[in-house]
Design a binder for this molecule. Structure first.
Ligand code: NAD
Length: 266
């Protein structure tokens, strides 16, 4: 009989930040499907509860912790709640991210310092805080762990009016490599996912009323469509599980091949 236990997260506990919506919800559901106990660390607890209902419907375990991942104290309380509920933490998925209010589009010349700082905080400082909390716990308890940080295609190629977002996501790629190199010998792996467009409230807001732009983008994309949250979820399960045990410090692009656009130009 086929043994696919390396792909299992059975009995493991996974913190998924921002899992009340979009990609985070897709990741939480796929990780629950793989057997993990889920910690839904979410600013909007009511959204987190919706995800928890879906996890429990699959006979999985879910704990919703109202969390602001940009706050040091809130992240520490979330970790304490996770440990109180499940006794251990094995996986961290840093999924929270934002393009700005309502997917606001701001180019360099028009960008305020406060907008820049807000995007750095929500996209990068948040990941620093959560990684630090989990790595300290893993080291103290001599446990192995896997961290999956959600970056973006915008970390690797410029995205329209996204200088702060792109810089923050490039920072995510960088901290992931550093964590991988600093803690590999302690049994801690860290990898990034760089998604292209995925059907979630975040990108729906940015493309609202811009069907022509979306159509043009899909025309040059090899798969000709946006991704779905569960497609990112399955990749996150792979990176969190022992199936990827020899992979660390890497950034996996999941964009339907969008970076190959030159091949599809007319
Ligand atoms: N959707 C895409 O096309 C796309 C593409 C590339 C990268 N990404 C990245 O994927 C991640 C998820 O994106 P999404 O499209 O699912 O976004 P989304 O806006 O649908 O979901 C984000 C979730 O994070 C929560 N959140 C926001 N701030 C928080 C905070 N301070 N503390 C805790 N929770 C908070 C929100 O309440 C929401 O539930 C982000 O990091 C985003 O940058 C998305």
């Amino acid at each position: 009989m086929r043994d696919d236990s390396a792909y299992s997260l059975d009995g493991k506990t996974a913190i998924v930040t921002g899992s009340g919506s979009g990609i985070g919800r897709g990741i939480a559901l796929e990780m629950a499907n793989a057997g993990a106990n889920i910690v839904i660390a979410e600013l909007k607890a009511e959204l987190g509860e919706e995800t928890a209902v879906e996890v429990r419907a699959m006979e999985g375990k879910a704990l919703v912790v109202e969390t602001d991942v940009t706050s040091e104290g809130s992240v520490a309380r979330m970790m304490a709640a996770a440990l109180a509920e499940y006794g251990a933490v094995d996986v961290l998925v840093n999924n929270v991210g934002s393009l700005g209010p309502d997917g606001e589009k701001t180019t360099l010349a028009d960008m305020s310092l406060s907008f820049w700082e807000t995007l750095l905080k929500v996209n990068l400082t948040s990941q620093f805080l959560c990684c630090r909390e989990v790595v300290r716990y893993l080291l103290k308890n001599e446990r192995k762990g896997s961290i999956v940080n959600i970056a973006s295609l915008a970390a690797l190629v410029p995205y329209e009016a996204s200088i702060a977002y792109g810089a923050a996501k490039a920072g995510v790629v960088s901290i992931t490599k550093t964590i991988a190199s600093e803690y590999g010998m302690s049994g801690i792996r860290a990898n990034c996912i760089a998604p292209g467009p995925v059907r979630t409230p975040l990108v729906e807001a940015r493309y609202k009323g811009r069907d022509a732009v979306k159509a043009a983008q899909n025309r040059v994309s090899p798969l000709g469509r946006w991704g779905e949250p569960e497609e990112l979820g399955r990749l996150a399960v792979f990176l969190a599980s022992d199936a990827s045990s020899y992979i660390t410090g890497e950034t996996v692009v999941a964009s339907g091949g969008l970076t190959q656009f030159l091949t599809k130009l007319p």
